[in-house]
Ligand binder design. Structure first.
Ligand code: SF4
Ligand code: SF4
Length: 373
């Protein structure tokens, strides 16, 4: 992101949304709504003085709500540009009588409450649709008690919790009492491979993400008991089976079967009931914390972009490529390409490979055009 921000041939429009696209390959006209930041991108030094005095406290989306931020804030540590931004819907108001504390302390005088949204028109030759994905919200799966039980987390929340830059500085703690858990369970395929709720497809990344998490946890806390409840483990990439074997050799228990119910016990512990497919008996597991390996859904912007660009979607709601083998990154409309999870859930390696494939095909096409031009 920082490299892209510095590249002389890349123009980054942040806080922006594409609202209309006209034209054809080599000659697209894109209308963009650039939303007001209320802070000058050029002047702000990201000193953070304004956030220290802002009285509005809200859950920090970047840390999955496990920490808080102010109405004026930096979206995340490596944000490009690094300038702060005001969420004007949360702000108490720019009338100095009401608040404007941020403006008073900003020495650079870069806060401007009179900024307004603006429309920008850009001419481009091609379009890459890279909408990303949304994590599945497991609240609707009542049996897992997400949001009902404090110590049931999503895999994304665990990711933030064990991150050195996260809300606990990388220290593994239970949300309920901030003590280190002695046992953790992982539930696989939450919102994936389900005919009832979530998606019917495999989300591709969750098995390996859980295996990675178990290795990280075991590296820092070798004594911790870890149980993974699963339908089947899909470790099909290069070297992935080795990681699965390593996780098992470190004592992580892989238990076939998904929890049917979860109840809270004393001191906010969790009793997980799992149907043992082999014996046909219900087995209870007492755990300190449970992590739901949530699946991936198409980005919220998919439908709107699909209508705007006249593209097609798969039955799962992702963008449909022109041909899965011969044109895997092309849309049916010439000049429009896909990258990353816009097409389907992918891991980082696959997304990067696809990005390279796109540029290789484009430069190859360019050579062909040059040769025939
Ligand atoms: S808006 Fe002003 S006070 Fe806030 S981070 Fe930027 S320079 Fe610092
Ligand atoms: S004016 Fe808004 S952003 Fe600034 S300190 Fe007050 S509430 Fe926070």
């Amino acid at each position: 992101m920082t490299d892209a921000g510095r590249h002389p041939n890349i123009k980054l429009l942040t806080l922006s949304e594409v609202i209309d696209v006209k034209g054809y390959v080599g000659n697209f006209e894109v209308k963009i709504l650039k939303k007001a930041r209320y802070v000058s991108e050029k002047e702000c030094t990201a000193c953070g003085e304004c956030a220290r005095v802002c009285p509005v406290v809200r859950p920090d989306e970047f840390n999955s709500g496990l920490s808080s931020r102010r109405a004026i804030h930096s979206p995340f540590p490596q944000a490009v540009p690094s300038a702060y931004v005001i969420n004007i819907n949360e702000c108490l108001g720019h009338n100095p009588v009401v608040c404007a504390k941020c403006s008073e302390v900003c020495e650079k005088k870069c806060i401007n409450f009179h900024m307004s949204d603006e429309e920008v028109l850009e001419k481009v030759g091609g379009i890459v649709v890279a909408t990303g994905v949304e994590p599945y919200d497991p609240t609707e799966l009542d049996e897992y008690g997400y949001t009902r039980f404090e110590n049931v987390l999503s895999s994304l929340e665990l990711e933030r919790l064990v991150s050195a830059g996260g809300p606990s500085g990388g220290e593994l703690i239970r949300p309920s009492d901030r003590k280190a858990p002695k046992s953790i369970g992982f539930v696989q395929c939450v919102g994936s491979r389900s005919a009832k709720k979530g998606g019917s497809y495999c989300s591709n990344i969750c098995c390996m993400n859980t295996i990675k998490s178990t290795l990280v946890l075991k590296e820092h806390h070798p004594e911790i008991e870890i149980k993974v409840f699963y339908i089947d483990i899909r470790a099909f990439g290069k070297g992935f089976e080795d990681l699965y074997t390593k996780s098992r050799s470190l004592g992580v228990q892989y238990i076939r079967g998904l929890p049917g119910s979860i109840v809270e016990t004393d001191e906010k512990g969790l009793r997980v009931a799992v149907d043992n497919g082999a014996s046909g008996k219900i087995v209870f597991h007492d755990l300190d914390m449970l992590v739901l390996a949530v699946g991936l859904k198409p980005s919220k912007s998919t439908k709107k972009l699909q209508e705007m660009l006249g593209l097609q979607l798969t039955p799962d709601g992702f963008f449909l490529e022109a041909h899965p083998k011969l044109q895997p990154v092309d849309a049916a409309t010439r000049g429009i390409f896909f990258a990353g999870c816009a097409e389907a859930p992918k891991d980082i390696k696959e997304s990067v490979t696809q990005g390279h494939l796109g540029s290789a095909i484009e430069s190859d096409g360019q050579k062909h055009d040059d040769n025939h031009g």
